[in-house]
Design a protein around this ligand. Structure first.
Ligand code: GLC
Length: 541
């Protein structure tokens, strides 16, 4: 296979969240021209590909993961011409470009759902979604006990008395993937974007498309955004065997196109062998490694999850991926500022315990340097290269994540990791846009994280990421192999090619082997050349 067809196996893929990357017109909402204008920054950083979160027309009830037209662009973000320019600019910089595909559900404003509401029970229009009669004497009880991922029940009643399924917000009705029209439509949508030159798709909720046919009751609250489902037989709405047939069909579509187009599964599935089924040779190319993201900051936990991930993917010939942050989880610079092993929080508010910001950033830099040295493909989330923390004191009135309302305010939700990012310390909206408008408020302390405060500053997080990506490329770490090494107590050490990677989780500084030459470390070594606590060092052996 030509190298260009396997570019993704060791790629570093950077997630752009369009609402919050760069705003070209000053309305406080990021947009496609804004991204195009700032792409050179990503090239300078040294990434290989961009994954762009949804940009489609949408009522934005779930920040664009509620799509009302899969073949167009939301006017807030631009138009198809802007998308073409963005894709062309990425390609001219040598960057691959992946878009987000949301097949589990549409928006309630999608023309199909509007037609389903207008049509009677049993009609072909309703068959494209999951409509059922209710239980109880007058059908007033929902068809089963399923809960929405965002909180509350997963069924909504319509005026004629039927109910429709929405595993997410009430504005996100689930499609019926047993319906051939749904399958044909999405194969066509894939072609629409492949023809426009995209290099692949990140597939939203890839484990959810097929529901167990009897829609059997399931009383547990669905974990997905809050973490992984407990091990055991898959719940009736997740990870059903039938999903794999869909991805085989899609893979055949992608394989009609040259240049290595890829499918990436967002599947909250465990154990690792179960997740690896999504990346068998005739299915998808990659799956996000959420067990790695979820692992506590200990040598034992990380070694276990790294071993399990590599073994499961190797068994099917797939590349392993690594990720620490995305638009659904508390940023890792903040997560790691809480006591080790603390339960993962679903958003943080001003009256919650606050993280130790300095400790969080120190560990985040060490975690990133460990991740970027692992063989396989790594995902970065916009802003982490600036060491950006979560907005942990956002006033509640700004919150937009549907999980905040649907959980009855039990979960703060994901807004804190979605705040527009700072480019220039002294500009309005920190240079996010030309005005001070910002769809979520930026913390007053963010000037210090701005890109222009970090470029050319030795030891800044941005310079660390840039240096790490350069060394990763130079030493072929993404395409290498991992061999564990014995290190001092409290450390986790492995070798990848000619590079030794040592992370110190212990309380004492750890020495490097005699003769090892330091390439890069997440913080300076101590005066005796030892690796301090919560630091990762890369050394040449
Ligand atoms: C995925 C997305 C998340 C979205 C959900 C529903 O988990 O990453 O942001 O809310 O799917 O589409």
């Amino acid at each position: 296979m030509p190298r260009t067809d396997t570019w993704w196996r060791d790629a570093v893929i950077y997630q752009v969240y369009p609402r919050s990357f760069a705003d070209s017109d000053g309305d406080g909402m990021g947009d496609l021209p804004g991204i195009t204008a700032r792409l050179q920054h990503l090239k300078d950083l040294g990434i290989d590909a961009v994954w762009l979160s949804p940009f489609y027309p949408s009522p934005q009830r779930d920040a664009g993961y509620d799509v009302s037209d899969y073949r167009s662009i939301d006017p807030r973000f631009g138009d198809l011409g802007d998308a073409d320019k963005l894709i062309a600019e990425a390609h001219s910089l040598g960057l691959k470009f992946i878009v987000d595909l949301v097949p589990n559900h549409t928006s309630g404003e999608h023309e199909w759902f509007q037609a389903a509401l207008a049509a009677p029970p049993g009609s072909p229009e309703r068959e494209r979604y999951i409509f059922r009669d209710g239980k109880g004497p007058d059908g007033g009880e929902p068809p089963n006990s399923w809960q929405s991922v965002f909180g509350g029940g997963a069924w909504q009643r319509v005026p004629d008395g039927q109910w429709y399924l929405h595993l997410f917000d009430v504005s996100q009705p689930d499609l019926n993937w047993d319906n051939p029209q749904v399958r044909a439509e999405f194969a066509d949508i894939l072609r629409f974007w492949l023809d426009r030159g995209v290099d692949g798709f990140r597939v939203d909720v890839a484990h959810g498309l097929i529901k167990e046919k009897d829609l059997a009751d399931w009383t547990h609250t669905s974990a997905i955004l809050g973490g992984l489902e407990p091990a055991g037989p898959p719940p009736p709405m997740w990870d059903q065997d039938g999903v794999h047939e869909v991805y085989r069909q899609w893979r055949a579509v992608l394989d009609e196109y040259p240049g290595g187009r890829i499918l990436v599964a967002e599947a909250w599935v465990q154990p690792a062998e179960r997740l690896a089924r999504y990346v068998r040779p005739d299915e998808m190319h990659q799956a996000f490694n959420f067990p790695y993201l979820d692992a506590p900051w200990t040598a034992e936990a990380l070694r276990t999850v790294i071993d399990e991930s590599l073994a499961a993917n190797d068994a099917v010939g797939a590349t392993t991926t690594w990720v620490l942050s995305n638009h659904d989880v508390v940023r890792h610079a903040t997560r790691l500022g809480y006591p080790i092993g603390a339960a993962r929080m679903h958003g943080i508010g001003a009256d919650d315990p606050q993280p130790d910001t300095a400790l969080g950033l120190r560990r985040a830099r060490a975690a990133t340097m460990q991740m970027l040295a692992l063989p396989g493909s790594a995902y970065l989330y916009q802003g982490e290269e600036l060491g950006l923390p979560e907005h942990t004191t956002m006033p509640d009135e700004y919150r937009q994540d549907p999980a905040w309302e649907r959980s009855g305010h039990a979960e703060r939700g994901r807004d804190g990791c979605r705040v527009p990012i700072p480019w220039e310390a002294d500009a309005p909206s920190y240079g996010f846009g030309p005005t001070d408008a910002s769809w979520l408020p930026q913390p007053a302390t963010w000037a210090e994280y701005a890109l222009d405060r970090q470029q050319g500053v030795p030891g800044s997080t941005w310079e660390l990421y840039r240096a790490a990506l350069a060394v990763r490329r130079e030493h072929g770490l993404g395409g290498g192999e991992l061999a564990w090494q014995d290190g001092p107590a409290g450390t986790l050490a492995f070798r990848n090619g000619d590079v030794l990677v040592l992370t110190n989780f212990g309380t004492e500084p750890a020495g490097l082997p005699a003769g090892a030459r330091l390439l890069l470390s997440s913080e300076p070594l101590d005066d005796d050349g030892r690796v301090p606590t919560d630091v990762t060092a890369w050394a040449l052996l």
